[in-house]
Write a protein that binds this ligand. Structure first.
Ligand SMILES: NC(=O)c1ccc[n+]([C@@H]2O[C@H](COP(=O)([O-])OP(=O)(O)OC[C@H]3O[C@@H](n4cnc5c(N)ncnc54)[C@H](OP(=O)(O)O)[C@@H]3O)[C@@H](O)[C@H]2O)c1
Length: 294
């Protein structure tokens, strides 16, 4: 049994779909099982909140593997990074050890590092460190930026305002990666043993944000009428001022500044030669479209 904690999220549900298609026994853990369509397809869906020890003990019962895609990056209060990466995931690791889990597949980020200016990425690195120091066999996936997530945000601005959103200069290259490709890597790893496999996972081409906006506008059949520019200096100044009112937006500003201030290009040749060719951004848009709020 493979348990996907976060199996309703952008990547999680693609992992669940692949495992189900491949005939694997998979269990989705979510705070709102009634909202999940998986049960109708014969997939086991259970209620679980990573803060709630009892619900997680029962979610892990009988499992061999845990895939963890839960994140606090988009949450606030105890569902923010301190609560999720700082407390709940470390507890989940202990529960996984106690339950005799043989493989813990963890989603970190290519931006996770001990000296990151963004707390979320420092805490993700700490989870990686705990995995490496612990007793549970593991794999760590470190994706760059998901095409799925960014397309939704960028397309919304183009559709509603005719404007391209540009964080930083918009000219720094980024190895955008498709959620489906990252999900394929995770689903394949999850069916094997935990051997400490760890890799940065980026797509096959490095494109600046301005090019991505143009690709999305083309896919939408729209033209870009103007820009919503947020230079790094503005992001850095606004983040602490925004934090008291909107901690999620403040975090996004800090993360946005990294597009220009930290390298966002990774070489994942070795990953794709093992797990199959990844999609280019234009191919992803052809398959998925660019409709916001999909
Ligand atoms: N998106 C990106 O660009 C990107 C880039 C690099 C790395 N990553 C990493 O990749 C992983 C997957 O990202 P994603 O964008 O697919 O995530 P996502 O869509 O935000 O999904 C997060 C999942 O976490 C679950 N969750 C949140 N709080 C929970 C709680 N208290 N208890 C139980 N479940 C909880 C949600 O389930 P329910 O709401 O159903 O409970 C949801 O399924 C994350 O670790 C993320 O940091 C993402």
């Amino acid at each position: 049994m493979i348990v996907v904690v976060g199996g309703t999220g952008t990547v999680g549900r693609q992992i669940v779909d692949q495992l189900h298609r491949d005939g694997r026994k998979v269990r989705v853990v979510t705070r709102t099982p009634a909202a999940s369509a998986d049960a109708a397809q014969g997939i086991e869906v259970v209620a679980g909140d990573v803060h709630d020890r009892r619900s997680m003990v029962s979610a892990l019962a009988g499992a061999r593997t845990v895939v963890c895609t839960v994140q606090g990056g988009g949450g606030k209060g105890r569902n923010g990074p301190k609560g999720i990466e700082g407390a709940a995931i470390p507890m989940l690791l202990n529960l996984a050890r106690d339950a005799g889990i043989e493989h813990f597949v963890y989603f970190s980020s290519a931006s996770a590092r001990p000296d990151s200016p963004v707390e979320f990425f420092r805490l993700k690195f700490e989870v990686e460190r705990a995995l490496r120091a612990g007793d549970v066999p593991f794999s760590i996936l470190r994706p760059t930026h998901l095409m799925d997530t960014w397309t939704e945000t960028l397309a919304a601005s183009i559709v509603r305002k005719g404007k391209a959103t540009v964080l930083g200069s918009g000219t720094s290259p980024v190895s955008w990666v498709a959620g489906a490709d990252v999900a394929r890597v995770a689903a394949t790893l999850a069916t094997g043993p935990g051997e400490g496999w760890t890799a940065d996972i980026g797509g096959p081409e490095a494109l600046p944000l301005t090019t991505v906006n143009e690709l999305i506008a083309t896919a939408l059949g729209r033209s870009i009428e103007g820009h919503n520019r947020m230079p790094v200096r503005m992001l850095r100044t606004m983040a602490p001022l925004t934090r008291p009112f909107n901690e999620v937006l403040a975090r996004q500003m800090r993360m946005g500044a990294l597009l220009d201030t930290q390298p966002q290009v990774v070489d994942s040749e070795a990953v794709w030669s093992r797990f199959g060719r990844p999609l280019r951004f234009a191919e992803w848009l052809e398959v998925n479209g660019a409709v916001p709020g999909r």
